[in-house]
Design a protein around this ligand. Sequence first.
Ligand code: FEO
Ligand code: CA
Ligand code: CA
Length: 667
Amino acid sequence: MTNLDERYEPIVVEDRDDIGSNTSANVPLLEITQACPSRRGLLKGLMASTAAVAASSAALPRMVGAAAAEEAAKGPSTLTFTQAPHEIGEAHQVAAGYDANILIRWGDKVVEGAPAFDPLRQTGAAQEKQFGYNCDYIGYQPLPLGSNSSDHGLLGINHEYTTPDLMFTDWYRPPAAGKTEPTERGTTPEETQVELAAHGHTIIEVKKEQGVWRVVENSPYARRITMNTACRISGPAAGHDRLKTNADPTGTKVFGVLNNCAGGKTPWGTIMISEENFNGYFGGGDPASMPEAANYKRYGISAKSRYWWRETVDRFDLAKEPNEPNRFGWMTEYDPYDASSVPVKRTALGRFKHEGATSIVNKDGRVVFYSGDDERFDYLYRFVTAGRYDPNDRAANRDLLDAGTLYAAKFNGDGSLEWLPLIHGQGPLTPANGFKSQADVLIETRRAADALGATPMDRPEDVEPNPVNGRVYVMLTNNTQRKDGQVDAVNPRAANRHGQIVELIPPGGEGHQADHTADRYRWAHVLLAGDPAKSEDKAVYHPATETWLSSPDNCAFDPRGRLWISTDQGEAQTKNGIPDGMYACDLSGPGRALVKFFFACPIGAEMCGPEFTPDGKTLFVAVQHPSEVPGATVEKPATRWPDFQEGMPPRPSVVVITKRDGGEIGA
Ligand code: FEO
Ligand code: CA
Ligand code: CA
């Protein structure tokens, strides 16, 4: 028996998924380095941008008389709430005057017939019917379909990964002879089945009655999508030899969606599930000598896997199924209104560590999706459909995502941005460079973008178009590995621990006038995160900001177009000494980039999935991996949130936030 401790080497980095595998020559260009603004210059730019936005803004409500005077006394921000305590604790906290209630927890019933959660005797079969682990993206779709209801709808919720040390008992073994660190015991076959079923996605029906949200029991829409759910592969890479396996000689059918991080929605009411850190599930064999060696390397796939799945499930063993990893790393679309619908992996949107994919209907009817590849020094992408959205014929939009153009972003130091098309046969994307077809370009999207000269970014997480102002917002979470010689205009700090938020400005005008298909945009920073009290952080916010944030991850816009930011500091949470949670700021007017703190996660958790109802009166958020701090176990967690019962493990949960007076969040 192989020594598990040797085979599964512990990975000790701030974010063990962020392995940084871009060895391309796309280091920041000299012209960008030379154009990199100083902090003073950047601040000037930010403020100039603030003034320009203020001058052009039509989105802010106008006030007169006493109301205006009262508002002026509150300061430049339009956000009215008193900030939540900015401190790490065992429980969550929300701004005064708001309720933050648990909607659904890991192990709660989803599908009819689900057994009650029993953490000591959890089985794969039970988990298939219960709410999965580590909830991330949340997408709200109103009921009935086509309505604008804010009191009744469906929630599609991603489950990103599993944390066996916080799910299963007796996880650590005493240190091996001559070692000081305890060893992880590895999952049993049944625990592996629990993990397979705890990944994926959940669909629940939710309803607000007398101001209180609840999950509708035995709803016909309720569903779990897990690693055991049959999915279809479509688009240009479907059926390609590199997607074929022993179980699927057609290269068009795959079981499951993997490491589902953020996501998105389409204008026709479907939901997009992303596959992010898919690499860590595969291992075995000698990847460096296999035909897919370069592909494996660029995506961080090695002989060692983070999970134990390949011990009992052959398809995660590279020696047995070398093509199985090529069937993950895609965006998957499914219809939440039809519980029998087959999820479809849309290969036209490329294969990388998709944080999510968020959409906007362009003024010409084509639909544009923005997507980040969450790895340090990886890229930002855009997909433009070939066809046009038909608002009057839902079925006509069914396969819109199978044809279109994928682009990678190149940021210039003069404040412009170019979208570089990933089209087979154009530029370097030819057989001479290993791209024999568009399928090759898509299966190895990262290598194709390397060849085009895209800009390596500080880990792009959410990238979302703001429907109010028509601009696009990019959460760059951090990149501690960027060196002094690698800084550029858009990634201006070496050893970037705290990340930044970038605004993309398409040409054509504000709101619906913006042209999201244009080849060139402009860009600007909204803020550089970090602690303004520490000069080494080189943080930049609105000067009146009284709080600070680190590692922006997901985002959402309220109906007024204000930016709501959720954070994920990873293991740096303890070092930074602040909780992860929800922050918000104006994007226009005198309060642009004036950040306020709204909701604090319990210790060890990151904040994910912010999603407003259309009326802006409800905010759903996902608390992911509570208690995930070094050394925490089921027996000795850092918190037993949200139940706080002896013997009950911490449980990732969706929280629903409403204002006590029933009004708009943050109004
Ligand atoms: Fe799963 Fe990029 O966060
Ligand atoms: Ca994320
Ligand atoms: Ca994250």
